[in-house]
Ligand binder design. Structure first.
Ligand code: ADP
Length: 517
């Protein structure tokens, strides 16, 4: 059967080799083993269920969360000569019945179904009428409450599957799952650990960059000028921002489109088509744009603001370079934008526990902008994996000299300690810089030996130093909206003088602080 799989890869898709993980997943599915496949965006997940679908008798049901994309996916398959259709709420009753009849007669190999529709009688009817050999669950992280895009209709899938009169092989697929989410998916779908195929999260054709302290519009326009004619996506966190950036680009005659949830569907689709067919090169969008879009030649993804978490960032940034060619993933960072994401969490209808988790995730995203470790490694660690330094991200290419900041670190850490590890970064900063703030007085922090210890440094720099020490895990914030800083084991070693700390930074002549003289 594996020879057949290879033959189909060449004959139908025109590819010579399977990509990492594809063959392993296909082999599992052909052996009837329920599996979970984790592959990076653009890794080639679709082939993992499409090839078995062509080999097996009967049909494969593909659960896909976005109705608007099903048509595109089905069109693409039809073009390859693979008989496929979709069932979702955009169809009339008559069309739905016709498609069901054709599916029952074995006229399709793949049937795409929205998760909401999976609970309906039609599916039970289909299961009786024809053998469903595989159920592929795309974007499977939507099953987990701990994922970044939890959907209750996905969770009910698990239960519905239990009620079928027979059990097709299940294949869950996703590009973004932390270890907690992966184990949740395995558990909820009863998939055995040994059938968990993880090709790793590394995207070695992406050059990750964090841009700080620059005028963002200027940066963007310069970048677009240098990369004129290249296709790319600019993500902004609000509809208003999308409109503003879109107008800015239009005023500079840059062929750009826009996409956000506040626009009419027809208008959104028009821009999307134009982007897909290269009539425009740049798409300015909120996170409503892009899930499942298979545009292979996206050369850059620029985030004008930070997204809500690393999962979302990696998924969005990962839309660059699906063809494997070198591409840029750039984050334009400004500390104020973190507040926008906090605000979204605050306004959401999540329960308190969930909110707490989301605040922490926003913070981990913000730390991405403060760390000096390899950016690809930072992301991969977040997903619970290890990797070699990429050698091409803005941190790997940062040639500034690393300076010893052990002394400053000790000042920060001992201040945190003296404050009982029960305050957040802004209060720690105020004490260190000798602020006359009422709260500092109220807590009698003026009496601490660390009060004003860093008064020669501007407040902003002390805040950045605390952010750096947090990103590098000398300090750890507690969960929640108002996190308290605690000293980690790594930090404790520095306090005891058992290890040193370095940081790359521009050399600056500071006023000499009193106790440094
Ligand atoms: P994912 O769903 O994992 O993001 P897709 O299944 O959409 O990725 O595949 C991404 C791109 O890679 C598509 O353009 C696809 O045609 C291409 N692709 C998939 N498998 C291979 C392969 N074995 N060799 C070359 N290209 C491939």
């Amino acid at each position: 059967m594996l020879d057949k799989a290879r033959q189909l890869l060449q004959e139908i898709y025109g590819f010579d080799e399977f990509r990492s993980g594809q063959l392993e997943v296909i082999e599992n599915v052909l052996d009837g083993k329920d599996s979970l496949a984790i592959m990076p965006t653009g890794g080639g997940k679709s082939i993992c269920y499409q090839i078995p679908a062509l080999i097996f008798e009967g049909i494969t049901i593909v659960i896909s969360p976005l109705i608007s994309l099903m048509k595109d996916q089905v069109d693409a398959l039809t073009e390859l000569g693979i008989p496929a259709t979709f069932l979702n709420s955009t169809l009339s009753l008559q069309e739905m019945n016709e498609r069901l009849r054709s599916a029952s007669n074995g006229e399709y190999k793949l049937v795409y179904v929205a998760p909401e529709r999976f609970q309906t009688e039609e599916i039970f009817y289909l299961m009786q009428a024809i053998k469903v050999s595989v159920i592929a669950i795309d974007e499977a992280h939507c099953i987990s409450q701990w994922g970044h895009d939890f959907r209750p209709s996905y969770l009910s899938l698990c239960e519905t599957i239990q009620h079928f009169s027979y059990r097709p092989t299940i294949l869950a697929l996703t590009a973004t799952a932390t270890p907690v989410v992966s184990s949740d998916i395995l558990h909820l779908l009863n998939i055995e650990e040994e059938n968990y195929v993880n090709t790793g999260f590394v995207r070695d054709n992406l050059a990750f960059q964090v841009v700080k302290g620059q005028e963002r519009n200027r940066y963007l326009l310069d970048y677009l000028k240098i990369n004129e004619g290249q296709s790319g996506i600019i993500y902004a966190s609000t509809r208003k921002e999308v409109e503003r950036i879109f107008e800015l680009l239009q005023s500079k005659k840059i062929p750009a489109g826009k996409y956000h949830g506040g626009m009419k569907e027809t208008e959104r689709n028009e821009w999307q088509e134009k982007f897909l067919y290269d009539e425009i090169t740049v798409m300015v969008a909120t996170n409503a744009f892009g899930m499942g879009i298979d545009k292979s030649n996206v050369r850059f993804v620029i985030h004008y603001q930070i997204p809500k978490n690393i999962e979302a960032y990696y998924q969005e940034a990962g839309r660059a370079g699906r063809d494997g060619l070198p591409s840029d993933a750039i984050l334009l960072f400004s500390p104020q934008d973190v507040q926008i994401q906090y605000y979204f969490v605050e306004q959401s209808d999540m329960d308190d526990e969930h909110k707490k988790l989301e605040y922490t995730k926003v913070r981990e995203m913000a730390q991405y902008a403060s760390t000096q470790v390899c950016l690809q490694c930072y992301i991969v660690h977040y997903f619970g994996d290890e990797c070699k330094e990429c050698g091409q991200c803005s941190n790997c290419l940062d040639e500034r000299e690393a300076m010893d900041i052990t002394k400053d670190t000790q000042k920060v850490l001992s201040c945190v300690k003296r404050m009982g590890e029960t305050f957040g970064k802004s209060m720690v900063m105020k004490v260190l810089t000798g602020s006359k703030d009422q709260k500092v007085k109220h807590w009698k922090f003026e009496e601490l030996s660390t009060y004003g210890l860093m008064n020669a440094m501007p407040q902003k720099e002390v805040t950045q130093l605390i952010d750096y020490l947090t990103a590098e895990k000398y300090l750890t914030p507690t969960d929640g909206q108002y996190p308290l800083l605690k000293i980690t084991e790594k930090g404790a070693l520095v306090l005891k003088g058992k290890s040193s700390v370095t940081r790359k930074q521009a050399q600056k002549a500071h006023k000499v602080a009193i106790d440094d003289r």
